[in-house]
Design a protein. Structure first.
Length: 285
């Protein structure tokens, strides 16, 4: 990966934003990669020497790293041996053609009196995610963590410590800028099925066999719809899922409408995907 400096930031800021103390060679297939689209993983590997990231776009990642360090230091100062911090766990799973190693680094494990584990993951997030209860990605990630822990221990619960970066005091907002959000703990069989499915997707994907990212994985905003609009009007009269339905409605109404194809916006592709310049799916829209 190559860094650019489009905003001419000082050497001091560049050093701060590009420093990385994380483990660069974790064992096996990481949980964060497992739950992400295989297409992104393949393109990252194939184009790694050509990918460019501007240092100004790494601020969110830097905040996340600093935040995790702060949490780790704070809990360490509690001097409570029942907390296990930043432990990397690995386990093998067999999908029929040999074992594949899955690994993940868990932020916090709380050991209960009976020896079972409460898994707690720390997240900085936008307030809308908590208000809308959009926890699907967290649910997948934490249940894979739970599967890893379950190979040797019992898991009692999983939860996210959510710190809302843009929280404001308002009657319509959550009452506090931080919440511990319980996440549903899947049965072991469901977690294993999910992991096997994801492992198969990743291990069979290649530069010549790239699966498409789903609308959910692309963080689609808006709908794939066809609108009919009266001349001079700013808003659509009616929305349809296909062009044929819209044309039939116009024919039956006898009125003068124009067709507008509404294109969705793929937030991840446009703003958050480092391999978007090399992705034919993104170029097609």
């Amino acid at each position: 990966m190559n860094y650019t400096n489009k905003h001419r930031l000082s050497n001091l800021l560049v050093s701060i934003l590009t420093s990385d103390t994380g483990n660069q060679s974790p064992q096996g297939l990481r949980v964060t990669r497992l739950i992400n689209p295989p297409r992104i993983g393949v393109l990252l590997k194939h184009y790694r020497d050509r990918i460019e990231v501007d240092v100004g776009d790494t601020v969110a990642s830097a905040f996340g790293t600093a935040f995790h360090s702060w949490v780790e230091n704070a809990i360490t100062q509690m001097n409570d041996p029942s907390y296990i911090l930043e432990e990397r766990i690995a386990a093998d799973i067999n999908i029929g053609n040999g074992p594949v190693t899955i690994s993940g680094q868990l932020d916090i494990q709380k050991v209960r009196a009976d020896g079972s584990i409460d898994i707690k993951d720390t997240k900085t997030c936008a307030m809308y995610k908590v208000k809308a209860k959009k926890y699907e990605d967290w649910e997948k990630q934490l249940n894979v963590y739970a599967w890893l822990v379950r190979q040797t221990k019992k898991v009692n619960s999983i939860s996210v410590l959510a710190f809302m970066k843009d929280w404001k005091r308002d009657a319509y907002n959550p009452p506090c800028a931080v919440q511990e959000i319980p996440i549903p703990l899947w049965p072991e069989e469901k977690a294993e099925r999910y992991i096997k499915k994801r492992v198969k997707l990743h291990t069979t994907a290649s530069i010549d066999n790239l699966p498409l990212c789903t609308d959910e994985e692309r963080w689609m905003r808006g709908d794939k719809t066809v609108a009919i609009v009266k001349p001079g009007a700013k808003k659509a009269t009616k929305l349809f899922t296909t062009k044929e339905e819209a044309e039939q409605y116009i024919d039956n109404s006898g009125e003068d409408f124009r067709l507008e194809k509404r294109k969705p916006f793929y937030m991840r592709c446009e703003n958050w995907c480092d391999v978007a310049p090399f992705c034919d799916q993104h170029k097609r829209g």
